[in-house]
Design a protein. Structure first.
Length: 477
């Protein structure tokens, strides 16, 4: 199904930003300018070029065009002179407003939510992320179908017809979208159940989730804590896919560094992988293992890097990303990463706190991390203003040892190692639970944890073969 041109892509577009100041709201003008600055960053992240901006002061949004017909004509003239082909609004628009603005300006119209969805669509790599983004996008498009699909113009209305041009085709399109939405919801429910089994298998293994405003340095901190090589760029929503990796809690990353590879202090690496995560929902074998970490219980943890938040985050995005955000709600500890060098760090912190509250994350499980402190080293520090939190620089490593020590202090001690993990898997039931338990049992006994499971592939029983394939996928080979 062909998407509307301005929703499908904005790469290489020249965009003109539009914001609205509501009179009577204190600090509104400065706030709108700051929001437009962030919108410009979003446009750049989507591959577009910002050529200009305009701000309209109103008592209330215009019901028809949001900014009023006169202002719409004025902005269209300014945008056309700058050779812009897209008007990008910082606020959400209704389907009727988009239609009226397109007719009044002869330009493509896109709002903030549409742009964020477009960025997510560009960045989603895993099956889970692509499914979540498509669901959010279709929920966004469903109420915006009216005269936005190129083929509707071929549906002629006339004498004896009801509802006018394209109504029959429009209703067919809506039915197609609703059916697709139902299928995507069912697929996400299956993915969520798989994640639930994986989380159950990690019982007894501490999980630390990194969250916060987009571009706060979460991926850089994740790399610092886990020695991973996750993409970390200075742009909004650089990555979307949740990542799980083991990280040591010892000084300088010591103690347990070789556990996932089957070092002298623990079970073979595959057992650690199974105990630590059991593989990604898409079967990629992207796992994080901690079982038998050198140095004893409590010296390592599984770290989860999750999608960032942003102001005016579309509600359908939060809803669609429930399975990914579940890594935050299920974590033993949540690191709320704040870009302390950003001029609006207070507001960014508030936005992230609101999303965490919406997800039901208990505040006692949240540790605030003021990141990028290397950028504010020349300025006087204000601990009272910052409140409770740790100051670190994920880029330089400053404060990382203190962070590891705080994480180790806050997390409950591990108990039982691989044997307890096996019990956790079995409690989950089903093939996945049995495979995980057998792997963990093997690691606890010091034998090759995968030998018995992979041997089942030679049998003819479908359930055993499926279990062996699952095991091979988790193992990554």
């Amino acid at each position: 199904m062909q998407l509307p041109d301005n929703i499908q892509r904005s790469k290489s577009r020249r965009v003109f930003l539009v914001g609205v100041i509501m009179k009577g709201q204190p600090g509104s003008a400065a706030q709108v300018e700051e929001h437009l600055d962030e919108l410009a960053q979003l446009a750049d992240s989507a591959g577009s070029r910002v050529v200009g901006r305009a701000v309209q002061a109103r008592q209330a949004p215009d019901a028809a065009t949001f900014i009023g017909k006169g202002k719409a004509a004025e902005i269209a003239a300014a945008a056309t002179e700058l050779d812009a082909d897209l008007l990008l609004f910082d606020d959400d628009l209704s389907a009727g407003q988009v239609k009226a603005l397109e007719e009044a300006t002869s330009l493509a119209i896109l709002d903030r939510s549409g742009l964020i969805l477009e960025i997510f669509d560009q960045r989603a790599k895993s099956r889970e992320a692509r499914t979540q983004v498509e669901l959010a996008r279709l929920n966004y498009l469903l109420p915006r179908l009216t005269k936005r699909w190129s083929h509707l113009s071929r549906q002629a209305g006339g004498v004896g017809t009801r509802g006018g041009e394209g109504e029959k085709q429009l209703e067919q399109d809506r039915r197609v979208l609703r059916a697709r939405i139902r299928r995507l919801e069912q697929e996400l429910a299956r993915i969520d159940r798989t994640r639930g089994v994986q989380r159950h298998g990690r019982r007894g293994v501490p999980v630390v989730a990194l969250t916060g405003y987009t571009n706060a340095g979460k991926s850089t901190l994740f790399n610092r804590l886990t020695a991973a090589n996750a993409l970390a760029e200075n742009r909004l929503f650089a990555t979307l896919d949740a990542k799980l990796r083991r990280g040591s809690l010892g000084p300088n990353g010591a103690d347990g560094a070789d556990a996932a590879d089957g070092g002298p202090g623990g079970a073979p690496g595959a057992a650690g992988a199974a105990a630590g995560g059991g593989g990604s929902p898409d079967g990629s074998g992207n796992v994080a293992g901690v079982a038998g970490a050198k140095g004893g219980a409590g010296r390592s943890a599984v770290f989860a890097d999750t999608v960032g938040f942003i102001r005016k985050l579309p509600h359908h995005l939060v809803s669609s990303f429930r399975s990914t955000l579940g890594e935050i709600t299920a974590a033993d500890l949540v690191l709320h990463v704040v870009d302390r060098s950003h001029p609006q760090w207070h507001e960014q912190m508030r936005v992230a706190d609101e999303v965490l509250d919406e997800l039901g994350v208990e505040r006692r499980r949240v540790v605030t991390i003021f990141n990028k402190c290397d950028r504010i080293g020349a300025h006087p520090r204000q601990p009272a203003q910052d409140g409770e939190g740790l100051r670190v620089s994920a880029l330089t490593g400053e404060g990382i040892d203190a962070l590891r020590a705080e994480i180790a202090r806050r997390l409950p001690a591990l108990a039982g190692g691989a044997a307890d993990v096996a019990g956790g898997f079995r409690a989950g039931g089903g093939e996945v639970g049995e495979v995980g338990a057998r792997v963990a049992d093997g690691g606890a006994k010091g034998s090759d944890p995968w030998a018995a499971v992979l041997a089942d592939a030679e049998d003819e029983e479908p359930d055993r073969t499926a279990a062996a394939k699952l095991a091979a996928g988790v193992r990554g080979g």
